[in-house]
Ligand binder design. Structure first.
Ligand code: FAD
Ligand code: NDP
Length: 315
């Protein structure tokens, strides 16, 4: 049997695509992955607590709860969901081939919605069983507005555009934001650097690294080391945000789809079309700028509508 639409992934992009494709009677199959990219089925939101910026939930909703609801909605309209990771695809001809540990099959269209994984550094105190999500985060837009950070000093690690943007955003809430960067020169674009430098609440700690994050049930202090003098200092702080880049989960494509140098799938602007006709990409695997649940969901909708259109014009 040749599937109409195979959706790979299980975050907001994948499930929104599934809801639209299923309601269009395309009988989609969704491979939700099994700890693919180090993330449970349901995607990045399964690693967080309150989601307060997804419309429709004025009181906020727990990330895993939101993803469980999306999964149920995909199933309600007949999506077949397999808890398997797609290991490889062959996109050299249509129908495309896909393979998991347990099965292989053929698909007329494929929607890639495999997301990205935020990088975290292995700093003592920041691990899953330590202060991760108790003041340590990798998403300022998601967590920055939490009451625990109000009028407190915060740390951002990184020297790219994300670090500048996150630090600038956090100054809305924090008393002060330290940017810790491992070199003397920032990687960020000039405009983003200038904006951060002009912000009186931001202080740069160049050629520094974070040595440890300490606290009881939440972050209380951050210890840093000057990489030139090896001198260490401890600062009181309520939070630490990693902004050291993301890794898109696109390795399994084996270079068959055009990506940028970091591995993000390149789509035709304003669409979810990749360079292979019939293969669409949605969510964080093709978006290194917005990286939000709602934008991922929006592009998942686009991918399903584009796949439907493709199927009706390519019999
Ligand atoms: P993802 O959520 O990245 O999910 C992709 C899924 O695909 C993963 O489960 C992965 O295991 C699976 N997968 C990967 N490869 C394969 C494969 N080969 N086969 C099968 N499955 C595969 N955004 C907000 O809007 N609000 C928030 O409050 C918010 N909080 C966040 C908190 C944290 C801690 C993090 C890390 C992110 C947060 N975000 C938030 C960002 C949001 O989670 C992402 O933008 C969104 O989840 C991206 O959705 P996605 O559909 O692209 O895929
Ligand atoms: P980048 O890869 O550009 O920057 C990552 C930063 O983190 C670098 O400064 C790097 O240091 C540092 N870093 C990496 N690993 C470690 C580590 N283990 N410990 C300490 N520091 C580390 O990632 P970004 O997420 O900032 O940006 C990704 C892309 O998204 C870029 O193309 C960027 O332009 C774009 N973007 C654009 C925005 C905008 O225009 N508004 C906003 C956000 C992102 P080093 O420099 O030494 O390598």
């Amino acid at each position: 049997m040749v599937e109409n639409v195979v959706i790979i992934g299980s975050g907001p992009a994948a499930h929104t695509a599934a809801i639209y494709a299923a309601r269009a009677d395309l009988m989609p199959v969704l491979f939700e992955g099994f700890m693919a990219g180090g993330i449970a089925a349901g995607g990045q939101l399964t690693t967080t607590t309150d989601v307060e910026n997804f419309p429709g939930f004025p009181e906020g909703i727990e990330g895993p709860d939101l993803m469980e609801r999306m999964r149920k909605q995909s199933e309600r309209f007949g999506t077949r969901i397999y808890s398997e990771t797609v290991n490889s695809v062959d996109l050299s001809q249509r129908p495309f081939k896909f393979k998991t540990d347990e099965r292989e099959g053929l698909a007329k269209t494929i929607i890639i919605a495999t997301g990205a994984t935020a990088k975290r550094d292995n700093v003592p105190g920041t691990g899953d069983k330590e202060l991760w999500q108790k003041g340590v985060s990798a998403c300022a837009v998601c967590d920055g507005a939490l009451p625990m950070f109000r009028n407190k000093p915060l740390f951002v690690v990184g020297g790219g555009d994300s670090a500048m943007e996150e630090a600038h955003f956090l100054t809305k809430f924090a008393s002060k934001v330290y940017i810790v960067h491992r070199r003397d020169e920032l990687r960020a674009s000039k405009i983003m650097q200038d904006r951060a430098r002009a912000n009186p609440k931001i202080e740069f700690l160049y050629s520094h690294k974070v040595v440890s994050v300490d606290g009881g049930n939440s972050v209380e202090q951050v210890r840093v080391e000057d990489l030139k003098s090896q001198e260490q200092k401890t600062f009181p702080a309520a939070g630490l945000f990693f902004a050291i880049g993301h890794v898109p989960n696109t390795g399994f494509l084996g270079g068959q789809i055009e990506t940028d140098e970091q591995g993000y799938v390149i789509t035709v602007p304003g669409t979810t079309q990749t360079n292979v006709p019939g293969v669409f990409a949605a969510g964080d695997c093709q978006d290194k700028k917005y990286r939000q649940a709602i934008t991922a969901a929006g592009s998942g909708c686009m991918a399903a509508l584009e796949a439907e259109h493709f199927l009706s014009s390519h019999h």
